[in-house]
Write a protein that binds this ligand. Structure first.
Ligand SMILES: Nc1ncnc2c1ncn2[C@@H]1O[C@H](COP(=O)(O)OP(=O)(O)OP(=O)(O)O)[C@@H](O)[C@H]1O
Ligand SMILES: [Mg+2]
Length: 248
């Protein structure tokens, strides 16, 4: 069953049509990867799903509901089921790594003891290959470490849906693999639905149950990695063979 559905969604900024009558189904409990060159509208799709911006036309259904039909409070509650790893790390600079990751737990699970919070924080950081950095400040971390702390913070509340905007940008290959593995584990252990945005073809092929190619605001090809390999679409084949065209 579909977890997120975009139906005939259009979004322009000024005179530029960025998302153009786009249709896409994101299946439940799977890893879906949206691929596409710079400026083709990938981050805009995420902002539309999260309700940061509204479509000019069409609708977005999440778990059977169009959030725009809800009251503000209902919408806020609903969006708690989505965890987000941003393209650029969005940590609280004045808080330690520990406090950043513990933040959502403190907000939403007030009954937890400090020992329980600490166990969960350290556990998720270790799973992401981060050891003994709890007391550091974000400014003391490398870009890749910041990104992983952002992922740790986002998955703390076990969201039903996890969205990653270019998780591998700025990361080394080992960390990229670790974040991909985490998506697969979250899918299998917690029945999470993962949506990732990526330029990274080998990683997308490895982790994606479904891949969708975005080109100039439209999905021009979709299917399993094996299905996409066989599609005769020249733009798709250029992209998956590493000849990415310049920014749109
Ligand atoms: N708030 C905005 N106001 C005006 N233009 C915008 C806005 N947000 C995005 N755009 C434009 O929409 C287009 C798509 O942007 P978007 O951020 O979705 O691209 P992207 O596919 O995520 O690219 P990248 O891979 O570089 O992150 C770009 O031309 C961008 O300049
Ligand atoms: Mg982007």
């Amino acid at each position: 069953m579909t977890m997120i559905q975009l139906k005939n969604v259009t979004k322009s900024f000024g005179t530029k049509i960025v998302i153009d009558d786009l249709n896409l189904e994101i299946p439940r409990n799977k890893v879906t990867v949206i691929m596409g060159g710079s400026g083709h509208g990938k981050s805009t799709i995420i902002k539309l799903i999260l309700g940061f911006i509204k479509p000019d036309a069409g609708e977005i259904i999440i778990d059977g509901i169009n959030p725009l039909t809800l009251s503000k409070k209902e919408r806020r509650d609903m969006l708690k089921m989505i965890g987000m790893s941003f393209q650029y790390s969005a940590l609280f600079d004045s808080m330690s790594v520990y406090e950043n990751v513990a933040f959502a737990l403190r907000e939403h699970h007030k009954h937890l003891s400090e020992t329980e919070i600490s166990e969960r924080v350290v556990n998720i950081l270790n799973r992401l290959g981060l050891y003994d950095i709890e007391d550091k400040m974000p400014s003391e971390l490398s870009g890749g470490m910041k990104k992983r702390v952002g992922v740790a913070r986002a998955v703390m509340l076990n969201p039903k849906i996890m969205i990653f905007d270019e998780p591998e940008s700025g990361l080394d290959p080992i960390t990229t693999t670790a974040i991909g593995n985490l998506m697969i584990e979250m899918r299998d252990e917690f029945n999470m639905t993962c949506l990732s945005i990526s330029h990274h073809i080998p990683n997308s092929n490895r982790i994606g149950d479904k891949l969708a190619m975005l080109y100039r605001g439209k999905i021009i090809a979709e299917g399993s990695p094996e299905e996409l390999q066989k599609l005769p679409n020249p733009i798709l084949q250029q992209f998956i063979n590493g000849r990415v065209e310049g920014p749109f």
